[in-house]
Ligand binder design. Sequence first.
Ligand code: HEC
Length: 154
Amino acid sequence: MFKRIMILVGIPVLIGVTLAGFQPLMAQSDDAIKTAQEERKKRFKASGASMKALYREYLPAQDYQAIKAEATVLVKWAKDMPEAFPFGSDSDNDEAKPNIWTDFEGFKSAALVFEEASLELQNAAEQNDISLVKTAIGGVGASCKACHKKYRKK
Ligand code: HEC
C-alpha cells in the first residue's frame, strides 16, 4: 500500500519536475477520481445552462445585472478548472482526453482563454453595452469549443 502511494505520488512529481516545476494535482484514490469527475461534470453542465440563459434570456432582455452575475460564475469556474482535473482522472466512461495530463500547460492555457473571455463579458456587462456583450458571449462560446476540440472526447 505504502509502495503504491509512493508510485502514485512519485510519477506526477517526476513529470512535474520535467515540466519546469509544474505538477498537476494528484489523485489519491479511485474515489477521489470519481468525485472529481462528478464535480466537474456538474459545473460543466451548469456552464452549459449559463450559455443558454445568456443567449435566450439575458441578451434579448438586455439584463446586464444577470449577465454580469453569470460571467462572474464562469470566471470562478475557469480559475478552478485545472484543479478539477487531478492527475489521471480519466476513464472509459468519462470525456476527458488523456492529453489533458500530458499537455497540462496547454490545458491550463485553454482554461485561461476561457477565463479572459468571461472577464471580458463581465466588463461588457458593466458598461451596459449590448453590442460588446454580444461579442463577448461569442468569445466565451468560442473558448468552450476550442478546449473541447483538443481535450474532450466526442
Ligand atoms: C479548458 C477546457 C475546457 C473549457 C474552457 C470548457 N470545457 Fe467543457 N469540457 C471539457 C472537458 C475536458 C470535458 C469532459 C469532462 C469529463 O467528462 O470529465 C467537458 C465537458 C463538458 C460538458 C459535458 C458535461 C457532462 O455532463 O458530461 C459540457 C455540457 C460542457 N463541457 C460545456 C462547456 C461550456 C458551455 C463551456 C464554456 C462556457 C466549456 N464547457 C468550457 C473542457 C473544457
